[in-house]
Structures are given as C-alpha cells and as structure tokens.
Design a protein around this ligand. Structure first.
Ligand code: AHM
Ligand code: MG
Length: 346
C-alpha cells in the first residue's frame, strides 16, 4: 500500500522551494559535530546580514541619510559611503553576540574588530567587503558583499592578527551576496559552489543552482579599459588581441561581484591588473580577490595574479592588494600567456 495520500502530486518546484540555504548547508556538512554546527550557524548569520543589507538597499532612495558620502575616508584613502558604513555595522551586529566569530576584518576597518567574549568558543575570523562596488549604490545599480571565513590560529593576544597573513587555501568558506535584480547568495564550504535566490515573501534564500561549473571558456572579458595607458604593455597587447578577434565581448559594471557572477555563469575572464598609479591593482586580497578566487576554483575555474596562482599569495598586511585575473581556465591562461611573453621580452 502506498504511504502517500492518494491525492499527493509530485511538485518539483515545491521541493525546490523547501531547499533553503540552512537545509542545504546541513546536507553539505553531513555531520552534526560542533564545527559543522558552527559553520552552519555562521552561514545563516551571513544570510541574515545579506537580508538586512538587501532591505536597506531596496529602500535606500526613501530612507533619510542612506545614500551619499559620509565625508570620511577609509584606511585605503577612499571616500566612505553611508551604505558602506551601514553594511559594515550590519555584519558586526549580526556576529557580536553570536558566540561564533571572535574577529571581523573588513575593507572599512583599519584593524580587525575583536569580540573577546566569543573566544575561545568561536575561534573563527570573518573577513568581508560589506559593499563591493559602492559607487553603484547612488545610481541604483548592482552591488555585492564578499565574505571569507578562516580559523584563528594561535591566541592573537596582542591583537596583531598575524595569523591572517596566510595564503588563500586557508579559507574554510567563502562567497558573495549579489544585490541585483534579485538578491543572490553564492557560497562554497569546499564542496562545490551553490547559489541561492532570496525570496522576499518567505525571507529565505532558496536553492537556485547546485554544483555550479564555470565554462572552460567564455566570450566575456571584463576590465576597466579606461586604465589602458596605465597598464603594462603585455596587458595592452592582450586587449588588442581581444579587439582583433571575433568571439569576444566586453562587460564591466564597476562592481566586481556582479562582473564575476556573470563570468561564473557564462564563462570568460575578469581582470584588474596593476597600473602605473597602483602597481598591485585596486582589489584587496583577503576579502575581495582571495574569496572569489577560491570560489571560482571550486567551480572548476582559475585565478591568477598574472604570474602566480592567486591562492598562493601570502599577504604581508591585512589590506594588501593584488593584481587579479579570475575566470574560465582557458581565458585566464590566455592573459597569463601575454604576461609571460611580455616578461620574456624584458
Ligand atoms: P569598492 O569595494 O571600494 O567598491 O572597490 C572595489 C570595486 C570593484 O567592485 C570593481 O571591480 C572595482 O572597484 C572598480 O574599480 P574601477 O572604478 O577602478 O574600475
Ligand atoms: Mg570592494
């Protein structure tokens, strides 16, 4: 006798609606050990931060004091936007009394934020860029948030956070939240890359795609060509090659998360090489390029500085920048081949 009620109708869409982020993470971890429970709880808190930021962004034009600059500069010498600060505080508030994370480090804070009462229970550090591409906020275009989770090593009693200065392979979890047409959360805990769409009516992130694989090659190259005359000749040669060959198309939104998301789904390459003004490029390693590199490699892609695997770079300070070439294997290798050729001729 069937155990199902006779009027039960299979509904794949209903099944999918029930695959929430928290359920998916627990399935991924396949363990009820303390550390698995911690990572699951941390991911759920990151999702909460994403929902809070998405809510604020969706009403930004209506809320007094949500848009525009604060008049201050961050540690990188960049003008701080009100949304940058709001989103930075959201992550702190979400984790402050969680007992899960004992340090938070972000683009907006010169030094990590310590939560001593969470240690030694929560020996994790969350690194994040609260609003990536913040120049897009005031014109109502896509922005993102990037996160990376690392295990704390040692006591860090002197609060120098030296243990964070390690390569990108030390990440335990990484991902981003894309505030676009809809809000998406894309994450990996070292077992494939999975995307979720926020259903505002449920307040839940619902599975969109599991085990995303980036195409081996794609048509898109994503770079700020306004920097052309500030690049090394090898990058200029690569761009000339793109211009002269069929089958390539440029896309650049000014928000790394949006550009990278497109490449993850459709293939291609994102690059932010060094410039004469900024030889290391613009993007920061620990909370921008390393998490995205880790994610793209998890999806079968590649990430490079041009000469070294991006995940091998060991920073010497928290806010260190790196040139970044991230995307489909063939397209990243094409850029690398131009750089190699340039170096050979020097
Ligand atoms: P931000 O985190 O301060 O917004 O800076 C990072 C952003 C990236 O999202 C984007 O790819 C890049 O800066 C754009 O820089 P540029 O205007 O130099 O092309
Ligand atoms: Mg950023």
């Amino acid at each position: 006798m069937s155990e199902r009620p006779t009027d039960f109708v299979e509904s794949p869409s209903l099944d999918r609606d029930c695959t929430t982020l928290s359920r998916h993470i627990l399935q991924q971890l396949q363990s009820y050990e303390g550390s698995a429970q911690d990572i699951s709880a941390i991911m759920n808190r990151i999702a909460l931060a994403g929902k809070l930021i998405a809510r604020r962004l969706s009403r930004a034009g209506l809320v007094e004091g949500a848009l525009g600059f604060t008049g201050e500069e961050n540690v990188q010498g960049e003008s701080v936007k009100r949304m940058d600060l709001y989103a930075n505080d959201v992550f702190i508030s979400v984790f402050k009394q969680s007992g899960l994370v004992c340090r938070l480090a972000s683009e907006e804070m010169e030094k990590p934020y310590y939560i001593p009462e969470n240690c030694p229970v929560g020996r994790y550090t969350l690194l994040y860029d609260p609003i990536d591409g913040s120049s897009n906020v005031d014109i109502n275009l896509t922005v993102g948030a990037i996160f990376s989770l690392r295990q704390q090593e040692g006591d860090d009693l002197d609060h120098t956070a030296q243990d964070l200065l390690q390569n990108g392979r030390k990440q335990i979890a990484a991902g981003y939240i894309l505030f676009g047409v809809s809000t998406m959360l894309v994450y990996s805990i070292g077992n494939g890359v999975h995307s979720f769409t926020l259903d505002p009516s449920l307040g839940e992130f619902i599975l969109a795609e599991e085990n995303i694989q980036i195409p081996q090659h794609g048509a898109i190259y994503s770079v700020n060509e306004g920097n052309f005359w500030q690049w090394d000749e090898s990058i200029r040669e690569y761009i000339r090659y793109m211009h002269r060959h069929d089958g390539y198309t440029a896309r650049y939104s000014g928000a790394l998360v949006g550009d990278l998301h497109r490449i993850l789904m459709q293939g291609g390459v994102f690059l932010y090489p060094g410039t004469t003004k900024k030889p290391e490029g613009k993007l920061r390693l620990l909370y921008e390029t390393a998490p995205l590199a880790w994610l793209v490699e998890q999806a079968g892609g590649k990430a490079s500085t041009g000469t070294t695997p991006l995940l091998d770079v060991v920073p010497t300070y928290l806010h260190q920048r790196t040139p970044a070439i991230i995307g489909s294997v063939e397209d990243v290798e094409l850029v690398e081949s131009f750089i190699r050729e340039g170096n050979r001729q020097e």
